[in-house]
Write a protein that binds this ligand. Sequence first.
Ligand SMILES: [Zn+2]
Length: 436
Amino acid sequence: MAKKLLKIILSILAKTAVIWLPILVIIIICYIAFLVIFAIPRQAAEDITIDAKDRVAAFFGFSKDEEFYEDNKELFEDYKEIASEWSDGLSDDQIQQAKVHEFSWAILASVDRLIHDPLMNDAMDEIDIDPENVFDDLKPNFEFKDSVIYVEEEIWKQEERTIEVEVTTTDENGNEVMEIQEKIIKEWVLEIDKKTEDVELITKAETIEGTFIYEYKQTEEVMHIPSPNPNVETQKKIIKKEILTKVQYPAEYYEPFILYLNEQGITHPSDIELVLELATAYDTNYDLNLTYLRNFDYSSYPRFVGENEWLWVTPSTRVTSPYGPRDDEFHLALDIGAVNQGIAGDPIWAMEDGTVTRAEESSGSYGTIIYIKHYNDQIETRYAHLDTLAVSKGDKVKKGDLIGTMGNTGRSTAAHLHFEIRQDGKALNPAYFFPF
Ligand SMILES: [Zn+2]
């Protein structure tokens, strides 16, 4: 009897499979999706025994392996594109100064996800991402002031001048005749060349980390450069400009950020921590900028712009070893010491737009290195003994982009940058372009 009943049920199920099977499949798929998107990541995120990157990856429902990243590139790229608008409306010069406060796409992505995730925020019942509005709420704001760089330079020049001289000659009759002749002579003339350049200096940055106040003082630098005039040893160059003396950091980092998240109903410290972990795990630039903001002495700001508008590549201008013969070798570079002597981590910036042709961690004599080709490969810059890399081979970089940090890798005894400029392979003296 029971067997018969089972048979009937089975035959009914078989005949109606067209109806219930798809429904069952949909229910199972929905359940799996729920697990993958919300339940598992939440659980994983709360499990403090796994490492930070796993947690944030789980939070996003992402695997941290490369392949998965490739699959989700579009989503990452959307966030990157919106976050890159942080510098809209700023001039190139302003961007260079504000770059360290660059808005992190990973902060944008994680905050957007966090406040619009129904499990995080009970007020909503579905994910409705809204990166533009999150960006408007969190993007940094900057203030700048006008300043003038004044350069007064003595230049000894050789000038040709025509003078009239009396010459005594003898005519055909043997008589002495006085005659006026024109003669060109060369003489040394001192010219005073005066130039002014209007610049804008960053004075304030309001960011999710807090408010940073930049302080400056007026300076006057007098340089004595060898003179071409054999009778005068040196010619003088005076540069008057404001230089950065101090940055006031926020007393409590992330105060504005935490306040914002609280307003959005996100109050649990571990959720806030998660966002920051995500940002630093996924966005290397953000991590480096943060380290820079926290440890940096800005005494050599604003950055030095040399010949060809090339941008000096690190805040320090302290030459520890010049270009030229050294012991039994020829040093093809300028070595630049860290701002805080011996302390690694100073930012290294690309001198000019270009393409990274080499970026490797190495224990060879150069240590960790970056090569960048500029202007159709004619010019190459090399940055050696680095601590960390922020770019990879093949990356396109813009002038002033953070490419890595100063270190002490390879044949090096203290944190410094070995910086080379090469033209068609031949090393040039960087001091020619950046005369510190
Ligand atoms: Zn060197």
